[in-house]
Each structure stands twice: as structure tokens, then as C-alpha cells.
Design a protein around this ligand. Sequence first.
Ligand SMILES: [Zn+2]
Length: 725
Amino acid sequence: MKTSFFEMRFFYALFFKLSLKQALFLPFIIDYRLMKSFSILFFFLLTSFAFSQSQSIDVQNITAHVTINPDEKQISADYRFSFLTKSKLDTVFLDAKNLENIKFVNTEFEIYNSGNKLFFIGNFKKDKSYTFDFSYQVKPKQTVYFIKKLPEHDNSAQVWTQGQGKYTSHWLPSLDDMTDKIIFNLSYTFPDQYELTANGALVSEEKNENLLTRHFEMKNPMSSYLVAFAVGNFKAVRDTTDSGVPLKMYLPEQYNDYFRFTYQNYNEIFSILEDKIGVAYPWQNYKQVPVRDFLYAGMENTGLTIFSEEFIVDEISYNDQNFTNVHAHELAHQWFGNSITEKSSVHHWLQEGFATYFALLVEQELFGNAYFENQLFEDAEQLKLASDRGEGEKIMSKNASSLTYYKKGAWALHALRNRIGDAVFFDSVKDFLNQNAYQIVEVDDFLKIVEEKSGQSMLDFKKEWLLQTSFPAEEALSILGKSEFIDQLFKLKLKRGKPLKDKILLIKNALLSRHNAFLGPEAVLQIIPEKGSQREDLLYLAFSTGNIETRQFLAKNLKQISKDLKEKYEDLLKDQSYVTREHALLNLWMNFPEDRRDYLAQMKGQEGTIHKNIELLWLMLKVTTEKSKEARKAFHQLTDYTDSAYAYQIKRQAFIYLFQIDKLTDQSIINLSKDLNHSVWRYRNFVKQLLTELIKDQNHRADIIKLLEKDQLSNKEKVKDILKV
Ligand SMILES: [Zn+2]
């Protein structure tokens, strides 16, 4: 643990029973030997503050009026913190990062701001309630993200939060320890050209000139990492679930037409989950909002899921990447994680394993058994592979990968269900949730209930599934092997590498099967490396199935297109999948140079996904194919898409294409340098890698140094680091 100079001085004061003021004015010189002999005590003092103080106080309420200033990227607030003491105390703290201009209203207590925590020092009596009122300002370094407006849409700027892993105390003083549950009642003031949504029930709102204020109330306590808000040009569709829970589903207004396919099956998803879980939805309402440049796929803030705009889809992109799984996963967390919350990450299974498994159960209802079994099979394959490589991890461990917490976690539940039967399984889940609602839980709390209900010991299950690093593949396979679809899939997979003549019937059956969405790609995988007329016939059949997944697999993997299949292949440009169209366009362009202009004419004006997968490819091909005025326009458009205001998915693809055709200009490099501190780390790494790659070329290196000298690049220190100058 690392601690700041000022925090050390504070503990020094505590230790020597000096007043804080005295300590701050003491020359801070501690003899090394003295330090050493006291270090254990310091450590003790530190840790006693670093962990939960829920043993000594009971935080009743955090009430705050938060003002969001998107232009200044600033948060300010009037804040109230109320708690009840469980014992006599001399210090109480709040996690609070980098607060400025803190002003207290009448307090007899001494206040100390370490930059990380606010300490309240004085004589707190036992069983007494205390309230602190203060105001502050903060420019959050993380947790609140201010997203620029898009060049083509006014008011498209966004502000949103990500608490998990990022700490809410960067904008709202609270207790970062997830085992401290608090009732948050928050109000927000924001510029009225935007919409704002937040946790809890909206109880009132008022307008004051160009500012709108909304007051939200919550009934039940939650951990601080689940506090959230989102501001943007959102429009909501409202509905109520069959069980009476109010729903609000938001979209940025430019995507109004995308509602139906983005939120496809929203009613069914909700009722299937309520039905499987068997416990009423634990919060006042449920809202979902997609945002730009989100750090993950989705985040289950209490009653308010924030998710990546990648899942905004129309009827075509629905087939490429739909929201169903993430939708169900985040909703399941409202029970598993938000109502019951893990004691520590050792018990992460109770959140991620359960959310993953219950989302899969929703998909099983919506998409069928073959989908469900195929998913379990693919996950098992991945887990077995990791396990065989010696990379297996225990589910019950502190820092496991998401493969372990999510996929192995879901598999553990499937295996448990198989061992104890459906009735006991679902009954145990229900009792577990009911008995522990809004509380902190451990894995054993759940297993104890299972033991009571099943009359079976859970020791073996715990040992084999939760505490073993390797994946119990045999048990998994024996559970899966019971189905007809899996039988068909296994038989087909076993034919890999066998001569084509020995498996023609099997491959034909796979392509024509009602499960060809899962069997078709495997069949095509085995046809492609073959030779001769039988291969051509089977490929022709694969194209003719009309199955989207099989055809997408062809578009991605059949790189050499024979004259005989050309016409069939060209049909892929019209498939109900933007991913298929993108791959098909590129492949046709490569295979048939004489037809390039025709293909470009045919695909002109198609945007593709909201991150423009077809348009970006089209622009790149246009630049490469022609030397026309239109081609120059295409080049400028492609360069414009590297502007820092665009979603990182668009910029990344534009940078890749410009790099591939070696047409990155000074302007693109200036834009690239701006993203060296982008908040999405995967993209930030990409930017770093691209710059590293670029400077291997002496001309680019010289250009970049020139831009640096002319002071035109952002994040200059980072650029210098990469250049090693
Ligand atoms: Zn999750």
C-alpha cells in the first residue's frame, strides 16, 4: 500500500496524540529507525482506515445536490452525510478524491482532507447520529466521462459515469468499499438542452433559466460503485413490465429509428428473468441508456444500465451484434450484485457467474436449445483449452480473469443444476436472494441453502468446481452429450482433417439442418481446404442455404473466389448482415480487379453499422481504385473520420485504413496524438501501437518530430516517450 506524505503526517498526529494542526506544523522528520519500529503500528492504523468502517458506524444516508457542468468538465455539489455511531470514536472518514473548495456548515469537528479521504476528527459518542453538511467542487480524473459532441449533431455531447473499478468517490464522496451499503438520494442540475437519467425514482423537477434540476429518491441501500447518471441528447421510450416495473429505454435522438431492434424482446427478457429467478425485481424502476466510448459492454448500475452504443442496431446489424445477451446479463445483476453483493472478489461468482448463467437461460428461451447448448459447448472448449495449457484458475479467487468468473462461473452453475435437479436449484437461488436481499454475501451462504434443500453435501461440488484450477471437462461433456444437436456437432467436428469423400453426406446434412446456424460454419470450415468439383458443389450448396451465419462464414473465410461461384458470392453484398457485406466487398474487390468500379458503384452510400463499417471500407477502396475528384473527396472524408470527436470505433478503423494505404497526413497524426490519453484503454493501446509502428519509417518519424517541434501534437510527453527522444 502506498500512502501520501500528508496522510502519513496525519497518522503521525494520531499516534502521538497531537492535534492535527500541531502535526501539520511539525517539521516532518522521522528518524528512519523510529519509522521502522513504528511501521507496524502505522500499518495497523492505515489498514484500520482503509477497510470498511461499517463495524463502527452505520451510514444512513448520503444526500447531495450535484451540478454537472459539461463545458468546464466539472462537478460541484451541496452534500450531506448522516450516520449513526455504533461505538465511541475519534475519527470517521469518507472516501473523497481531489475535492476542492470544500466549505463546511457549522461543525465542531476538525476536518482533514488528505486528497483521498475526508477525515472528521473529534469525540463521537456511542449510539448517536451525526450529520455533516458541506459543499465542494471537483474536476474528476476518472469515473465521470465528458464526451465531445459529434461534428454533425448539435447537443450530442455526453456526460456519464462508470463506478465499478473506477470509484465513485472521484466525484461523490462516499465509501468505496463495496460492503458499505448506503441509501443515496441525489439531485442533479444540468443544462436543459440535455436529458439526464440517474438511479432511483424521479420525484420532482424544476427549471431555472437554462438549467434543469431533477430530484431522485431511492428506497433501498446499495454499494457506492452502483451510483450513476448519464447526460446526453437522449429520448426515452417508456413501458411497464407485466409485473408493474416502470421501464425507460433511452437512445440518442439521432438513433430514434433504432429502438425496435436495439431493445428487441425487452418485455420477454424481463419476464423470463423474473420467472427464472423467482424473486420480484428489487428496485423501483429500470432504465437503460447507450453511450459513446463506453469502457465496457455494459454496466449494471442500480436501476440504470449504461451500455456501449455498439449495441444500437437496425434490423440488419441485429444479426451481427445484438444487445440481448448484455441486456439480460446487466438486468440479472440487479439481483445478483446489486441486491445481494459479494463480500470480496473471492465471491465474485455470486455476481458474474450468476449474471452470465441467467442471461444464457434467457437466450435459451428466446433462441432455442441448440443456441444454448452451442454456447455452453464453445465456452467449455475455451475453458478446456486454457485448463490444458495450465492457465486454469479457481473461480473462488481474488484476481481471476473474466473467462473464469463469467464462463467457468456459468458452467459451475449449470453443473450444480445438473447435480441437484431443477427444482432444488431454482428454489435455492430464490431463497438465497430472499434471505439476503440488500445484504453482503459469501459463496457459503448460497451453498448452505443448497445443502439444506438437497440434503446433499456441497463439499465435492465446491472442491471440483469452485476451488479447482482445472476445468472439469468430463463432467461438462457428459452433461452436454445428452442432446441430439450436440451429438450432430461432435460427429461433424470429429471429421476434421478426414478426406472429403468420407463425409459428404454428413456435411450436406449439416448445411441443410435446422441447426445450420451452428453446424453450417463448421461444415464450410471443412470444405474450404479441399479441392475438386465436389468442393465446388458443396460450396454452392452452402451459399444456397440462405443461412446468415453460414454465409457470413463464407464471406470471411473463402478468400479465393472461382469464376463459377462469382455470381453466388456477389449475392453476399445484399445479405442481411453488414459484417457479411463488408467482407464480401473487400474480397470481391481483391478477386476481380476488372469489376472494382462496379462493386463500388453498387455499394455507394451504404453506411453499415452505426460505426460505419461499410462506408469506411468503401472510402478506402475508392481512394485506392481511382484517381478521380470523387476519390480525393473520399480521402478527405476518411481523414475527417479520424477527428477526435468521433466514436473510437470509427477513428480506429479510419486510422487502420489510412495506415494500410500509407495515406496518414499531418492532420491524422495530430488527431492520433490527441487520443494517447483516451479513456478506453484498448483503443489507447492501439493508438500507442500505431504510433510505434509509424516511426519505424524514417519519413514518418521525421514528420512526427517536425510536428512536435512546431507544437502541433497533443500529449507531447507521451509522443516523446514513444519516439524515445
Ligand atoms: Zn457482469
